[in-house]
Design a protein around this ligand. Structure first.
Ligand code: SAH
Length: 354
């Protein structure tokens, strides 16, 4: 990635690539390590890298750009301490990041794109369509600056913010390498989940990378009629092909897939659908994560009633399926992901819908 002056994105480079760049500049290897360390501490200005000579700082500034994401909005839940950030990116676009605290540590939920082209009918992030992909460095900075700003050490990452990670495959893979790097934030792959609406064309490529991350598949409906109604990504693919792709992925990687299932009143919460979901889950040894639907202003869907949720869980459990219900965090701050960015867009447009 380059800027208007053809400068490169230094932060998207792995330590070994940075060394190669420094070698090309006639600089010693250890200089690259020093710069990597500064970047890892959140320094976003070559002037601040005090152990480098003035000449080197100038050389770097001519060749690379740096940018520090700005907090456009920060909401802290009074109930559970969940923090929602809206960051301003270098080109004025904005994305959301959420920091959630659990007993086992702090989880950050990051965005992978500005907007999304997948068009799920219940999701706020996709309403204005896709604007652009995030660079690896922009995703990395969501994690780093959330940690620096909140003072909460991040131990887990979920790629469940705005965007479809498998539609931004190369940048997301590079982000994973960077954040997992022993010289970087060193967050273990087993502490990372990647969520997809089911872009099965990418499953093999992902499996071949043999990462130890958890693949979460947004299933949301066990039958084609319902799934195609709420998820355009189902068109031309279909539930059967998706389940097949999950089975192959599980066989190749030995990593259990997690099915995400947002409970939508009268749409996907019938007993028949629970039985069909149980069948799919067992076919691929998947874990089922039920999500109480977050109501989105622009969408007509409502969350399932507590009775229907209970009935649904019981059918799954009676069938021997491993099921959990996602705890709703930060319910007193802006609800589902994508809404902060939406709000800002609306204010910028004088209250008009995009
Ligand atoms: N594009 C990826 C990541 C999206 S966000 C994907 O589709 O998986 C992570 C999860 O939140 C997905 O399962 C998504 O379907 C779900 N989600 C989106 N809008 C929601 C809402 N209003 N309520 C509950 N879950 C929602």
């Amino acid at each position: 990635m380059t800027d208007a002056f053809e400068r490169k994105d230094i932060l998207s480079l792995l330590p070994e690539e940075l060394e190669a760049e420094f070698a090309a500049l006639g600089e010693a290897k250890f200089r690259a390590a020093q710069v990597f360390q500064w970047l890892g501490r959140g320094v976003r200005d070559f002037e601040g890298m005090s152990n480098l000579s003035k000449e080197l700082r100038q050389k770097l500034n001519d060749r690379f750009y740096l940018y520090e994401p700005k907090v456009l909005s920060k909401q802290v839940s009074a109930i559970d301490g969940t923090i929602k950030y809206l960051w301003e990116l270098r080109d004025g676009n904005a994305v959301e990041t959420v920091v959630m605290s659990y007993k086992h540590g702090n989880t950050v939920c990051v965005s992978s794109q500005v907007g999304c082209r997948q068009g799920c009918a219940f999701c706020a992030s996709t309403i204005g369509g896709l604007v652009r992909n995030l660079n690896a460095s922009e995703i990395l900075d969501e994690v780093l600056f959330s940690e620096l700003d909140s003072g909460k050490k991040i131990s887990n990452i979920v790629l469940m913010g705005i965007g479809e990670p498998l539609d931004n495959f190369d940048n997301v893979m590079r982000f994973l390498e960077l954040v997992n790097h022993p010289k970087g934030m060193n967050i273990g792959m087993r502490h990372i989940s990647l969520s997809t609406c089911g872009i099965i064309e990418r499953f093999d490529e992902l499996a071949e990378r043999d990462l130890q991350l958890t693949l979460s598949v947004s299933l949301h409906a066990p039958d084609d009629e319902t799934r195609s109604r709420i998820m355009p990504a189902n068109h031309g693919r279909g539930v059967e092909k998706l389940i097949d792709a999950c089975r192959v992925y599980f066989e190749k990687t030995g990593r259990r897939i997690s099915f995400e299932y947002a409970m939508i009143d009268g749409v996907n919460d019938s007993p028949e659908q629970a039985k069909l979901l149980a069948r799919h889950a067992k076919a691929v040894s998947a874990h089922v994560n039920l999500i109480p639907l977050n109501h989105v202003e622009e969408r007509q869907f409502q969350p399932s009633t507590p009775e229907h949720l209970k009935r649904f869980i019981k059918i799954l459990e009676d069938d021997g399926v491993n099921v959990t219900v996602r705890r709703r965090l930060g319910s007193d701050v802006d609800a589902s992901c994508g809404q902060l960015r939406r709000k800002m867009q609306k204010t910028q447009r004088g209250g008009q819908n995009a």
